[in-house]
Design a binder for this molecule. Structure first.
Ligand SMILES: Cc1cc2nc3c(=O)[nH]c(=O)nc-3n(C[C@H](O)[C@H](O)[C@H](O)COP(=O)(O)OP(=O)(O)OC[C@H]3O[C@@H](n4cnc5c(N)ncnc54)[C@H](O)[C@@H]3O)c2cc1C
Length: 361
């Protein structure tokens, strides 16, 4: 008999939320390479929940996650305003059309009425009132605590080094010792493909991309009721933070190896330049800068499901730029597939790994 029914590799938001969901129904081991869970993408996010972010194929996961995040007290009203110039009217129309009938409320507004100090030319605005702040630390901490209470075992400094399939289960060699488990779940974020390769599973082509964030002080400080402001062209976003600060991203997407990424000065400069083209506020200080990896499957949808070619290997990866805001629904979907329960609120078919390989079921 194996030590565990299910071993999950990666204790970021994905692995932790899944462990919380199945810990009371199976013997779960959560393996984390770092000293602390949340060191990689989960700890570096921009911390917002937006139903339009990631497009219409991600929206069902985001919308279905809203009630759980709200019930946990992890969401706080923010709103989002997607802005552009006269040339971007078609982008605004396309956005409205894409989300028509989804239940996501969107309305065209004049951005000058929402953003003090807005420079000339920003005449197009699409308001998304449901967008919210997410308290990522509290949400991730809560998932880890629920996993522990449910009986899951978390091992940090426990990088998976090899996974061998023998009989009905896996022999897992890690930096913290050897374990056995019947099912291996790959929730390793940017490392999902290398972890699959360790287990003899053909990688799916999940690639990692660096994204930069900057914390600014500006004069004037952003008004506390400023919504999240995003360029319709997908070239910047910023939002107000506690203490009159502002978080800004150039919306960069630079392919990277799966490593502990750091921000590049050029990307910070691009972020500030784009910001200064939007408002006439002075950048008084760059207080912090950081970067993290967002990892995507080739079609930019997440991958949730058993591999099909290698028994007992479950993909829970490709969480892209939406892994926090979709975490509750994604974990519910994965738990149902792993435990053999009936499907829940979100249809798992479009996220199945089978879409990449004819030989998978
Ligand atoms: C700058 C930035 C802004 C973002 N903003 C948002 C946002 O506003 N809203 C949103 O919803 N999402 C956002 N995201 C995306 C979100 O952060 C990710 O989708 C999410 O954190 C992915 O979670 P994860 O658990 O899959 O990956 P991770 O948090 O990276 O966790 C994977 C874990 O696996 C571990 N691991 C890897 N290999 C091994 C191994 N061999 N053995 C053991 N452990 C291993 C790693 O150490 C890591 O802790 C943002 C991302 C970035 C970078």
């Amino acid at each position: 008999m194996s030590d565990f029914d299910i071993a999950i590799v990666g204790a970021g938001i994905a692995g932790a939320t899944l462990a919380a969901g199945i810990g009371d129904r199976a013997r779960v081991l959560l393996l984390e390479a770092e000293d602390q869970p949340g060191y990689h993408a989960t700890g570096r996010s921009a911390a917002f929940w937006s139903e339009t972010y990631g497009g219409p194929a991600i929206q069902p996961l985001t919308t279905a996650s809203g009630p759980a995040l709200s019930a946990g007290g992890f969401l706080e009203p923010l709103g989002s305003l997607h802005i552009g110039g006269a040339d971007d009217a078609a982008l605004a129309e396309a956005m409205l059309a894409e989300f028509e009938g989804t239940g996501v409320a969107l309305a065209q507004v004049d951005p000058a009425e929402w953003i003090p100090g807005l420079r000339a030319g920003w005449t197009i605005g699409v308001h998304e009132p449901s967008c919210a702040y997410i308290d990522v630390g509290a949400c991730h901490g809560d998932a880890l605590a629920r996993a522990r209470r449910a009986g899951a075992v978390l091992r940090t400094r426990a990088a998976l080094r090899s996974a061998e399939r023998g009989g009905a289960g896996w022999r897992l060699t890690t930096a913290a010792g050897v374990f056995s488990a019947d099912i291996l779940v790959d929730a390793a974020g940017a490392w999902a493909d290398p972890v699959a390769a360790m287990a003899g599973v053909t990688p799916l082509g999940i690639r990692a991309f660096r994204r930069t964030m900057v914390q600014l002080r500006t004069e004037p400080a952003p008004p506390a009721d400023l919504p999240h402001i995003a360029g319709l062209r997908g070239d910047f976003y910023f939002k107000p933070e506690a203490g009159g600060r502002l978080w800004l991203s150039p919306h960069d997407e630079i392919e990277s190896e799966a490593i502990d990424v750091a921000p590049e000065e050029m990307d910070v400069a691009v972020a500030i330049d784009r910001f200064e083209h939007v408002v006439d506020w002075r950048v008084a200080a760059v207080e912090r800068r950081w970067a993290g990896l967002r990892s995507f499957a080739p079609d930019r949808l997440p991958v949730y499901g058993f591999d099909g070619a290698v028994p007992g290997f479950f993909w829970f990866a490709g969480q892209g730029g939406f892994g926090i805001q979709t975490a509750p629904a994604a974990a519910d979907l994965a738990a149902r597939l792993i435990l053999g329960d009936a499907p829940g609120a979100v249809d798992p078919a479009r996220y199945a790994p089978a879409r990449f390989r004819a030989n998978l079921c």
